[in-house]
Design a protein around this ligand. Structure first.
Ligand SMILES: [Zn+2]
Length: 461
């Protein structure tokens, strides 16, 4: 398998920052505006003014970019004095964040978003499986993957871990569409060989062969990576789980994505399918599917032993609050999961989730956590939607503005709609404005999106 091209270390990037060279260099430029980013998981007091370790902010900041990577982020006045000839894209009046990282989303489910009246298992049968079966038509698949990746980009999401469908061509369309838009997509075809319509059953030997061919063709090609994608335990026979585990063992750094403990009926079903297992999560562990770079969506109905297992294996949870509210699944316990030492990222889980927007998703996260007495500080919210997501996916140069990071940037506007405009005008501190955006905003606030230093989306309405 092709390994992703090594990126320069932070030290290399620091050494490369000679202001005269940057001034003279073709293609180097800077983005100016209020900057907010994380360099670690923020910890600190609950107040917005309390110091937060790991959080960086510049009210009038400059982000210097060269060769698609961040060279340096800091105060505009000081950096411009050092590099007076540097071309500057002026985003003052906006809020500039690292591009969002979506750790759990279903590429074929845009057409089932906002479908009425079902919990998880009924939802799959009534809406999801029929929609995914339509991807047997390659023309439908190619067009839908184009719409899906357009929607990611328009929401300011520059990195995503995505389910395709069971169809090999759909996984290829997904990765092609992501590459064409400069996105960092990780995805794979879904493994499913039982408890679904016959048209969606794929024998596990075929899934294994197709996933291996996809790895050979796409893993490490540009920004794309392939993820091993068993849908969830009930969709996979023990033979499918065994073959998935064998593939995981052959590719020890390959990302893995699945679902766990989303809904109580699902948990009971898994207990009936594997009566000897201690828990739902433990089934994945038996088959070697719980490890670094494995991302499990939901993780709601877990106990302390499960959370300890998740952390011990280096696996990650994808927190999908809008989906969990919409499907009535339950409340994710962020505090307990982080305290156990597990990694956590934010997931839109479209189409069970109701928005591609990380801002809307964070607004729902705040409410899910408020119900548990865990008000989500905007610094931690930013981490979940950017660097925390990147860490959950095992991506080293993503989700922040450290030297050498991919220059993925989202510029958010604060003047769309009178309510947000008034709220943003009242309090101008970047962190306070971020909280206003995650409470009141959505993709309508995305004014510009850069991937690897290229402006890929602009909305001047
Ligand atoms: Zn999902």
């Amino acid at each position: 398998m092709t390994q992703p091209a090594p990126s320069p270390t932070a030290a290399d990037a620091q050494r490369a920052f000679d202001s005269r060279e940057i001034d003279a260099k073709q293609g180097a430029f800077a983005i100016r505006g209020p900057l907010l980013w994380c360099e670690g998981r923020p910890t600190g007091g609950q107040g917005l003014d309390d110091p937060q370790s790991g959080l960086r902010q510049e009210d009038d900041g400059l982000l210097i970019i060269d060769g698609g990577q961040v060279v340096e982020a800091g105060p505009a006045a000081a950096l411009l004095a050092r590099c007076p000839a540097l071309p500057v894209a002026d985003w003052r009046g906006h809020l500039l964040l690292p591009g969002f990282v979506d750790t759990h989303v279903h590429a074929p489910q845009q057409d089932v978003i906002a479908s009425f009246g079902a919990e998880l298992l009924d939802w799959l049968n009534r809406y999801t499986f029929p929609a995914e079966a339509r991807f047997a038509d390659p023309a439908h698949s190619a067009a839908a993957m184009g719409r899906f990746t357009d929607a990611l980009l328009a929401a300011g999401t520059t990195t995503a871990l995505c389910f395709a469908t069971v169809h090999d061509h759909a996984a290829r369309h997904l990765l092609e569409a992501g590459a064409a838009r400069g996105l960092q997509l990780i995805g794979g075809a879904v493994w499913m060989d039982q408890h679904c319509p016959p048209a969606l059953v794929v024998p596990p030997v075929q899934s294994a062969a197709e996933t291996e061919a996809l790895i050979a063709d796409w893993h490490g090609r540009g920004r794309a990576q392939v993820a091993l994608t068993p849908r969830f335990v009930p969709s996979c026979t023990p033979e499918a789980l065994r073959l998935a585990g064998a593939l995981a063992a052959r590719y020890p750094t390959l990302p893995i994505q699945s679902h766990v403990a989303e809904n109580r009926a699902e948990v009971a079903w898994v207990a009936a399918l594997f009566p000897e297992a201690r828990s739902y999560l433990e089934v994945y562990d038996r088959f070697g599917l719980l490890r670094e770079r494995s991302v499990y969506a939901h993780c709601i109905h877990l106990d302390a032993e499960d959370r300890a297992l998740l952390a011990a294996r280096g696996a990650s949870a994808a927190f999908c609050p809008s989906s969990n509210l919409f499907l009535g699944s339950g409340l994710f316990d962020l505090q307990a999961t982080l305290a156990a030492g597990a990694k956590v990222g934010l997931g839109s889980d479209v189409g069970g989730g109701t928005s591609f927007s990380a801002l809307r998703t964070l607004g729902d996260a705040y409410k899910v956590l408020a119900l548990q007495g865990q008000p989500l500080h905007p610094a931690l919210a930013l981490y979940l939607a950017t660097l925390g997501g990147a860490e959950a996916l095992g991506l080293e140069r993503t989700g922040s503005f450290r030297p050498g990071d991919a220059a993925d940037v989202v510029a958010l506007r604060l003047d769309r709609g009178p309510v947000l405009a008034r709220r943003a005008a009242l309090r101008a501190a970047p962190l306070d404005r971020l909280f206003a955006l995650m409470t009141l905003g959505d993709e309508q606030q995305v004014a510009g999106v850069y991937t690897q230093g290229q402006l890929r989306h602009r909305d001047d309405r």
